[in-house]
Write a protein that binds this ligand. Structure first.
Ligand SMILES: [Fe+2]
Ligand SMILES: [Fe+2]
Length: 155
């Protein structure tokens, strides 16, 4: 993201998804600024969660964080943030407040992964582990397909 050149090939698909998630945060902010009906923002956020975020989190937990192990402090922090974010995405009450929290916490989580956690993972992973990650073709299929979302409230 900031330094795409320094990002190992194995992690580039996930970094591209991070970019999409940062866009989601921007779309939430823009929706608020333009006084878009909250239910419209929420249904897009729900769709994005089901089609991108869920699989992204699962991939990270299964194939990326595992390189450092569950007991590693940075992994503990990432897992706690995933837990918190999953709760926020599933929350159906106090929608405005929770969308605001998603916007804030998701962006902070991505900055943490890109600036700290992914660098550490790249540093610690063996060549073999990086190759294995690369061969997984990580990244959700939905990002490879054109996104179908008719109501682009952010435009
Ligand atoms: Fe994550
Ligand atoms: Fe991530």
């Amino acid at each position: 993201m900031n330094n795409p050149i320094n990002r190992d090939k194995a992690l580039q698909p996930l970094s591209r998804e991070h970019h999409q998630s940062l866009l989601l945060c921007w779309k939430i902010r823009t929706g608020f600024r333009k006084n878009v009906e909250v239910s419209l923002i929420k249904s897009y956020v729900d769709w994005f969660y089901k089609n991108h975020v869920q699989s992204h989190f699962e991939l990270e937990e299964k194939h990326v964080f595992s390189i450092l192990g569950k007991e590693h402090e940075l992994v503990k922090r990432a897992l706690a943030e995933h837990r918190k974010l999953r709760r926020l995405f599933k929350e159906e009450n106090e929608v405005v407040k929770n969308l605001g929290l998603i916007e804030e916490k998701l962006e902070a989580h991505i900055r943490f992964e890109e600036r700290i956690l992914f660098n550490e993972i790249q540093k610690m992973a063996t060549r073999k582990e990086l190759k294995e990650m690369e061969l997984l073709h990580m990244g959700s299929d939905s990002l490879k397909k054109p996104q179908e979302w008719k109501n682009e409230f952010w435009k």
